[in-house]
Design a protein around this ligand. Structure first.
Ligand SMILES: [Fe+2]
Ligand SMILES: [Fe+2]
Length: 157
């Protein structure tokens, strides 16, 4: 059998390290932090009649979307990528489209939280909520960047 050498090909070690970084640093963290933010947002809503009403439903939508998206990556693309095997270009395009949906939700989150800035009269919980939504936004931007600009291109997608 002839094996052609491709200088751009990602090694299984490199692919596995990148996928594992994304799983540990972003997927696992988001799965823990988004539900905690929803609980905090409910608390803030109960404390402050002037807190944005749309925040809890938005965070709940983000949790459902993110969980479904991460599960698709973990069941579909990542096992093949960890072995540096070829992946479906269509599957990657779908992941990129879903990243665009996440980015739209992040813009909504930024607007609803006044750019993650609590008002001067905010409770400790409201301040913690804003710090948490800011971290979620920063993490999700970097998570998407790593997949769109570092991981997927290594598979020609
Ligand atoms: Fe991901
Ligand atoms: Fe993703």
């Amino acid at each position: 059998m002839t094996v052609t050498h491709n200088d751009d090909a990602i090694s299984p070690q490199e692919a596995a390290a990148l996928v594992d970084l994304i799983l540990d640093r972003y997927h696992a963290v988001q799965r823990a932090e988004v539900p905690a933010l929803i609980r905090l947002a409910r608390q803030v809503q109960a404390q402050h009649p002037d807190a944005p009403r749309e925040l809890v439903p938005l965070l709940e939508r983000m949790r459902v979307n993110l969980d479904a998206h991460m599960q698709k990556e973990e069941d579909g693309l990542f096992p093949a990528m960890r072995l540096a095997e070829p992946v479906s270009a269509v599957a990657v395009e779908i992941m990129r489209d879903e990243h665009d949906d996440h980015a739209k939700h992040l813009r909504d989150l930024q607007r609803l939280t006044n750019d993650h800035t609590p008002p001067t009269h905010a409770s400790l919980e409201w301040r913690q909520l804003c710090a948490g939504t800011r971290k979620l936004a920063d993490d999700l931007v970097e998570h998407i960047r790593l997949e769109n600009e570092v991981l997927f291109p290594r598979f020609g997608a």
